[in-house]
Design a protein around this ligand. Structure first.
Ligand code: PLP
Length: 373
């Protein structure tokens, strides 16, 4: 099933890593709560009613991450969570990877950058060397799953090595939530950031999860919400939506095995259409829903526009800034040249994706490849 949207005529939505189609039960809950009154900080009945939604959601998100409710701080999204986790370490040595989300790159402008291999996985020998070169870092921040390639990073091993030199570890687990196990104890990390809309929840809400006994630095100053760690009136409807999305994500995690088969089959069929494709991260462990395909001869913008005309939504690896398309920093860190990186198309599936969506995508893609070649 695709996303039906009368205005932009999208019939086939394959851009779940940008934002997932919201699950119907989550949409109903959020809509219902938007129609209710009550500030979760108020002491009267309406306030207590709102507070109950938030505490239920806290338990649901805690269950997804296998932590206690007290370890969850609700935020406005992963961008805020990441900024909160990193802001206390700005004047200390931080290590981040070359393939982080812009939120991490901007929040740690002086960080030392850990390179990745051509498959988009952390270069572990370079990482070990960096950990032991000079003053040990105070914090290491590496994403669990890359948003562009879906490549899963060796977080457990990396966190252990960071702890061995006395550093704390933050992971941006946005693209892993609901797709792979994000139990905080198994990952062995100190901070973890999540965003609701990547796991079929609403946009504009997220969480920072902190290891027991650790206190994040206050980033948003003002009122005493979230145990005094995050000021600002609670987004009650959004938080409740995130809670339900987290519960449903945990229940449906095995769906990603089915999606993986669909993704692998799609990649094989794309290779049949054009033998020249590059599948980024093909040899690395990847989440089941993501595919990043380079086809050097045809710019991603050309491909995206042709697909868009057929009502198919995918995204490109390049970001548009000031009208110019820059090649993706993720793909260039993996060794792609400019033309390769500018031709990369990201196809990301989700809970409502069907084989018919993939057939429609392939039909449209084949048409454009045959025309442009
Ligand atoms: N981290 C990753 C890996 C992401 O994919 C995103 C969103 O694109 C973010 C962080 C930021 O999330 P948000 O924009 O919801 O704050």
């Amino acid at each position: 099933m695709g996303k039906k949207n009368e205005e932009n005529m999208i019939k086939t939505y394959l851009d779940y890593n940008a934002t997932a189609l919201i699950r119907p039960d989550v949409l109903s809950l959020v809509t219902q709560i938007m129609g209710e009154v009550g500030n979760a900080s108020s002491v009267h009945g309406a306030g207590r009613h709102a507070r109950k939604y938030i505490e239920d959601a806290r338990r649901q998100v805690a269950a997804l991450c296998n932590v206690t409710s007290e370890q969850i701080i609700f935020t406005s999204g992963a961008t805020e969570s990441i900024n909160t986790a990193l802001c206390g370490y700005r004047d200390k040595r931080i290590l981040i990877s070359a393939i982080e989300h812009p939120a991490t790159i901007a929040a740690a402008p002086h960080a030392d950058i850990i390179p990745v291999t051509s498959d988009g996985v952390i270069d572990m020998s370079a990482y070990k060397k960096m950990l032991n070169d000079g003053a040990p870092p105070a914090l290491v921040s590496v994403m669990l799953v890359n948003s562009e390639t879906g490549v899963i990073q060796p977080i457990v091993e990396m966190a252990k090595l960071a702890h061995d030199v006395g550093a704390l570890f933050h992971t941006d687990a946005v693209q892993g939530a609901g797709r792979i196990d994000i139990s905080m104890d198994k990952l062995n990390v100190d901070f973890m950031s999540l965003s609701a809309h990547k796991m079929a929840g609403p946009q504009g809400v997220g969480a920072l999860i902190t290891r027991e006994g650790l206190q994040p630095v206050k980033f948003m100053l003002g009122g005493g919400q979230e145990q005094n760690y995050r000021a600002g009136t609670h987004n009650t409807a959004g938080i409740a939506g995130m809670g339900l999305a987290a519960e449903l994500a945990a229940q449906h995690i095995t769906d990603y095995t089915t999606l993986e088969k669909l993704r692998d089959d799609m990649e094989a069929r794309m290779r049949n259409i054009s033998n020249d494709i590059i599948i980024y991260g093909e040899q690395a462990p990847r989440v089941g829903n993501t595919s990043n395909i380079g086809l050097q001869d045809i710019p991603a913008q050309t491909q995206m526009m042709a697909l868009d005309l057929d009502g198919i939504a995918v995204s490109s690896g390049s970001a548009c800034s000031s009208g110019a398309f820059k090649p993706s920093h993720v793909l260039t860190a993996m060794g792609a040249n400019k033309a390769e990186a500018k031709s990369a198309l990201r196809i990301s599936m989700g809970w409502a994706t069907t084989p018919a969506d993939i057939d429609r995508f392939l039909e449209s893609w084949k048409k454009l490849v045959n025309r442009e070649k």
